[in-house]
Design a protein around this ligand. Structure first.
Ligand code: BGC
Length: 416
């Protein structure tokens, strides 16, 4: 019996070790793309590499926004066993680069002219001291609203363009017995909604002052109190089971007609497409009212972890595949994001994708393109987490709106 148990343990350990270690010619990719739409997009990347004869060891870590993935990553790096390539966001990428953990991608970047085609807003999170440290996959933005078209039509609701029209639509849905807003109560989702709501009240300059410059006067301002007041209105329009719900299950509520709207980044579009829905026919996408000419963005990138020496041939091939114009189009059409290169045609994109590309270009030239707080493009993790805590505590009724603005000032000043 004992030796049987020992053998069983040895086999189990061997399996764990084999599963954790990539073959020499494989890339091991750590990511958090585990929903249906995300997995469909990931398959585009896997297929591309397989076509080049490069094997793929998958390391998915569930949890939207990537917090859990970053925890697993830290454990792997601490154990001296960093994956080959890791999905990363904004300031997290800069942190890993500054710790000396990332391979230098300058050779691939120079050969393929990344400097000329990747927009400056992304280069700020992909280059450190003139060195390319990650390969940008896409640009997402968080200030979108997704709606079920039949639910809106049945209730005589047209796309709201102001906060007042939006709240009127919420009241109409509520009176009709439809959940007005599908939401998942997780800190990163609460803060994703807050990105858009804060931008709508503060405007681009106020958002920049509060969340990028961390100006205490703006963080604690009357406008910030108003932003929290609007969050309270949103809280009053979600169903009773919102707490802890995954974002894609909230999207499913809109897809199924259980709810009217979801405020979520454009990865939500991947879920609608994966369910066979068509923009303009089954679902609608529009910017959160009051942010029509603004974009709060986040960009997924793949960091290539230094495996002891120069970037490996497989890492270089992965980076090169990611930046190729054909991949940028094929992947982002499925993912819901828009290309990380400025020279990719919008031809293959649906109406939401075309709008996303046009909005991004317009916001970049007007100065209204600002990093998402929720997705690590406004602040390093310590400040981001401090903001998460306040936004979530307020959403769950622990603070009134004036207290929340005051707490924001304190929490940010301690964290920064
Ligand atoms: C990522 C997206 C992802 C979303 C939900 C965001 O932080 O940028 O690629 O789809 O989280 O998991």
């Amino acid at each position: 019996m004992r030796s049987f148990l020992k053998t069983k343990t040895a086999i189990a350990l061997a399996l764990v070790v084999t599963a954790g270690a990539a073959q020499a010619e494989d890339v091991e990719v750590l990511h958090w793309w585990t929903s249906g739409g995300e997995a469909a997009a990931l398959n585009v990347l896997k297929g591309d590499l397989e076509g080049q004869g490069i094997g793929w060891t998958d390391m998915p870590v569930a949890g939207g926004g990537g917090e859990q993935a970053m925890t697993v990553l830290r454990a792997r790096v601490t154990a001296g066993n960093a994956p080959t390539a890791v999905q990363g966001l904004g300031f997290d990428i800069l942190d890993w680069a500054n710790q000396g953990s990332l391979a230098n991608l300058n050779d691939v970047a120079a050969k393929e002219g990344w400097d000329d085609v990747v927009p400056a807003a992304l280069q700020a999170f992909a280059k450190v001291d003139g060195e390319w440290v990650s390969a940008p996959v896409n640009v997402h933005s968080t200030n979108w609203v997704w709606a079920n078209k039949s639910v809106l039509d049945a209730n005589g609701i047209s796309v709201p363009t102001t906060w007042e029209e939006f709240t009127a639509a919420l009241d109409t849905l509520s009176a009709a017995g439809v959940t007005p807003i599908a939401h998942g109560g997780q800190a990163w989702q609460d803060t994703t909604v807050f990105d858009a709501v804060a931008m709508s009240v503060l405007g681009a300059d106020g958002y920049r002052a509060a969340f990028i410059d961390l100006d205490e006067g703006v963080l604690g301002s009357d406008d910030m109190v108003e932003a929290f007041e609007r969050m309270a209105v949103i809280r009053a329009n979600v169903d009773d089971n919102f707490s802890g719900r995954d974002w894609n299950l909230a999207t499913a509520m809109v897809i199924n007609g259980e709810a009217g709207f979801q405020m979520m980044g454009d990865w939500a579009k991947g879920e609608f497409l994966n369910a066979g829905q068509v923009p303009g026919e089954d679902f609608l996408c529009f910017r959160f009212p009051g942010t029509q000419d603004q974009v709060t963005f986040n960009a997924d990138q793949f960091m290539m972890f230094d495996q002891g020496g120069a970037v490996s041939a497989e890492q270089a091939a992965l980076a090169s595949a990611i930046l190729s114009p054909s991949f940028q189009s094929a992947f982002n059409v499925v993912k819901g994001s828009v290309p990380a290169r400025t020279d990719v045609s919008d031809e293959a994109f649906d109406a939401c994708g075309k709008q996303g590309m046009a909005d991004l270009a317009a916001a970049a030239s007007s100065g209204n393109l600002l990093g998402s707080v929720a997705h690590g493009h406004a602040n390093p993790a310590s400040v981001k987490n401090a903001i998460y805590d306040v936004v979530t505590a307020h959403f769950n009724g622990e603070y009134d709106s004036a207290t929340a603005a005051a707490e924001l000032v304190d929490a940010v000043s301690i964290a920064k």
